[in-house]
Design a protein around this ligand. Structure first.
Ligand code: HEM
Length: 432
């Protein structure tokens, strides 16, 4: 790589660290005791009538500037959260596009409802199912080991969050099929992806600035992705990369046009990046701090999947989801008018003591039950198998290549924080 490109790569890596820190700041909120606040509500108040998130968490939601414009309620119990997320006809997501509407233009599946969502999801889903995703395993494993873990080996110590910040977008970059010889580019794309999250802010002036930056990022990412779509057309779209798969996908005679492929691929970058970074931080934090766990997992790699599942239950990277009622509903005797926001407290439902025994204990051996860290129902994370594969490759790579990896006694142990987007900032380790 030329000196100029190395300089660009380093500058973009620094910008990425700043962008991630700024997103974490936006969503840090009032985190004194998130799980305690949720527990108190879950056990005493089935439906909170008011804006629980603004009052107790102090973070923006994806309702953006619409927050405060509609009656707002919050639910905390496992079954209530499940019922809301499962019934996407009554509890809709279209408001997300209203909030971000001017910024997004194209296939933004997260904010689609009803038949339109069902159709597009059916068209996209096959590309993201394990039988297809597992074909990417050699590529993901190679990126993880060669680009991220092998260069660390001689150093004998590291903050693993440095790789945690970079690998999710690097992997998506490889799966989307960007040229492999331009490592300076993917950090720029990661910065743009993170900037899209800056559009939601509590402070009105910051929100305006955030939306301006997000709009620029959305446009820049569109241009690079559209160039890839056009390249695939010229090559016949026969490859195994995400763009070619999306171009070939068909459901009930419908196919995606180029604009839809480019805009959906664009939405994958923010959806896939900091969520995976935060979940990686939580899984590592537990792997290295729960007594005896790292030895057990090192000796029995089938436990890596359980470690990831329990991390997603115990510390969901996103602590709530918001929906809007399409008609009047009643929950626990409380009448909720049409057009209200319902805040589904995932952080609470995932620790509901009526469903999970000893819910505040991190236990990879617990009996598996659905939890909501990847969502639930029609909008449940379409990328979950990619995320789990990446995390699995990362954790196995760390255990294989960093002998006797353990916490660095010269640094504080990892601390998971954040009222909405949670994760550990640092995971300092040493190895033999
Ligand atoms: C550990 C990492 C991840 C976590 C914790 C996570 C979490 C979530 C959650 C909670 C939802 C549901 C949102 C809602 O109900 O409103 C969601 C949706 C989604 N995720 Fe993920 N995600 C992760 C990784 C990924 C990856 C790697 C991709 C892409 C390859 C991805 C793409 C998406 C998309 C496109 C949706 C929207 C699906 C729809 O609306 O039908 N996610 N994710």
């Amino acid at each position: 790589m030329t000196d100029a490109r190395t300089t660009a790569q380093n500058a973009n890596a620094e910008k990425l660290e700043q962008a991630y820190a700024s997103v974490s700041d936006t969503y840090r909120g009032l985190t004194e005791d998130l799980y305690g606040a949720c527990r108190a509500m879950r056990q005493t108040t089935r439906v909170y009538e008011g804006d629980f998130i603004a009052k107790f968490l102090g973070v923006p939601t994806n309702a953006g500037q619409q927050a405060g414009t509609r009656p707002t309620y919050a639910v905390f119990q496992y079954q209530d959260v499940m019922n809301v997320l499962r019934d996407a006809n009554t509890f809709t997501s279209g408001f997300i596009l209203e909030g971000m509407g001017k910024v997004w233009d194209g296939l933004m599946i997260l904010g689609m409802d009803g038949e339109a969502h069902r159709k597009v999801r059916a068209l996209l889903q096959p590309s993201f199912m394990p039988e297809n995703v597992n074909k990417w395993k050699p590529k993901i494993e190679r990126v993880m080991r060669e680009d991220f873990i092998a260069p660390l080996v001689p150093k004998k110590k590291a903050d693993l969050m440095e790789m945690g910040l970079h690998f999710p977008v690097r992997v998506m970059y490889a799966l989307v099929g960007f040229p492999e010889d331009r490592p300076e580019e993917y950090n720029q794309y990661a910065v743009w992806a993170l900037s899209m999250l800056a559009a939601n802010q509590l402070d009105k002036a910051k929100a305006e600035e955030g939306r301006r930056i997000a709009a620029q990022s959305v446009k820049s990412l569109y241009e690079v992705l559209m160039a890839q779509v056009q390249r695939r057309h010229a090559e016949g779209a026969t490859g195994d990369d995400i763009i070619s798969r999306l171009m070939r996908a068909e459901y009930e005679g419908h196919k995606l046009d180029d604009h839809e492929v480019a805009t959906f691929a664009r939405s994958l970058l923010p959806a896939a990046s900091e969520t995976t970074t935060r979940t990686f931080s939580a899984a590592l934090a537990f792997l290295l701090t729960v007594p005896g766990l790292v030895d057990r997992v090192r000796n029995d790699r089938s436990l890596v999947a359980k470690l990831i599942d329990e991390a997603v239950r115990f510390e969901p990277s996103s602590t709530f989801k918001v929906r809007e009622t399409s008609c009047e509903v009643e929950i626990g005797g409380v009448k909720i008018p049409k057009g209200s926001f319902i805040q589904c407290m995932v952080a609470s439902a995932n620790r509901d003591e009526t469903v999970f025994e000893n819910p505040d204990v991190f236990d990879i051996d617990r009996r598996q039950k659905p939890s909501f860290g990847f969502g639930f129902g029609p909008h449940m994370c379409i990328g979950q198998f990619i995320a789990k594969l990446e995390l699995n490759c990362a954790i196995n790579g760390i255990l294989d290549l960093l002998p006797n990896v353990r916490l660095d006694p010269d640094h504080p142990a990892p601390r998971i924080e954040g009222a909405h987007l949670r994760g550990a900032k640092h995971v300092h380790v040493i190895w033999d």
